[in-house]
Design a protein around this ligand. Structure first.
Ligand code: SF4
Ligand code: SF4
Ligand code: F3S
Length: 266
């Protein structure tokens, strides 16, 4: 109760804002508890009321006050094409804002696949020349929390770990927290017994689909997707794509847009 809440600055580059939509739906812990009791969300240009000059001033004030001690959370990717003109928060290229704020951060969280890998922004032909934040920030500890979007409880779980232990959680070779990305969706999929038995959905709406057979032959990427969807699931553990009858499209994996994730195997 006496410990000051950790300041967080949350920036938005090229993105769809669904990572934020996911974050505000965390049940364990509840997002309101994260925001009101655990962190101090000092700046977030999507969620805050200020705009224009007030927004700009708020960022400078917060940076000055907490320089060297805040966590920077980045949703979306920077773009390098046409001098960054495809993303101009406050009238300046997002890349400029990102590098400016990153200088004073003690650690950086790359929220979602846009920030972690580039996601749809880097899909061929990548007209904006978007890049993952790791391409432009080399001197800070960065953790990737990929997914399009990431699971809410994975997002708040990463924050909870960082606040509890005052360090980043252990990560794999791709900078993802092992505790949430250490297994493939395939490993804990409830349809796995059908995979092992060779019982597959051959096309959507066939008898196999009605019987809940494995979705591998209609494009499921669960066997190559490291994420917690099959264990933590979504919407307060209610369901996940495969449980809704849809293959996993590997939305948390690097460059999934260009890897034939949409219904066909390579
Ligand atoms: Fe939206 Fe996906 Fe990018 Fe998140 S990772 S901002 S959900 S496009
Ligand atoms: Fe694996 Fe997908 Fe089949 Fe589940 S539905 S067992 S994740 S291939
Ligand atoms: Fe994404 Fe696959 Fe989970 S598509 S939401 S990683 S089941």
């Amino acid at each position: 109760e006496t410990k000051p809440r950790t300041p967080v600055i949350w920036l938005h580059g090229l993105e769809c804002t669904c990572c934020t939509e996911s974050f505000i739906r965390s049940y364990h812990p509840l997002t309101k508890d994260v925001i009101l009791s655990m962190i101090s969300l000092a700046y977030d240009d999507t969620l805050m009321a200020a705009a224009g000059e007030q927004d700009h001033q708020a960022l400078e004030d917060v940076m000055k006050k907490f320089y060297g001690n805040y966590i920077l959370a980045v949703e979306g990717s920077p773009c390098l094409g046409e001098d960054g003109m495809f993303c101009l928060p406050g009238g300046k290229p997002f890349l400029e804002k990102l590098l400016h704020v990153a200088k004073g951060a003690k650690a950086i969280i790359a929220w979602g696949s846009c920030s972690s890998w580039g996601c749809i922004n880097t899909a061929k032909p990548n007209p904006t020349k978007s890049v993952p934040i790791t391409d432009v920030i080399k001197d800070k500890p960065i953790i990737r929390v990929p997914g399009c979007p990431p699971i809410p409880e994975v997002m708040t779980g990463v924050i909870t770990y960082m606040l509890t232990y005052d360090r980043l959680p252990p990560v794999d070779a791709q900078l993802r927290p092992k505790m949430f990305y250490g297994q493939r969706n395939h490993d804990k999929c409830y349809r796995r017994a059908h995979f092992d038995a060779g019982q597959f959905v051959e096309k959507f709406d066939d008898m196999g689909a009605k019987l809940g057979y494995c979705l591998y032959k209609v494009g499921c990427k669960g066997p190559i997707t490291y994420n917690s969807c099959s264990s933590i699931r979504w919407n307060d553990m209610l369901s996940w794509p495969v449980e809704s009858g849809h293959p996993c499209i590997a939305c948390s994996e690097d460059n999934f847009w260009d890897k034939g994730s949409f219904y066909a195997h390579e």
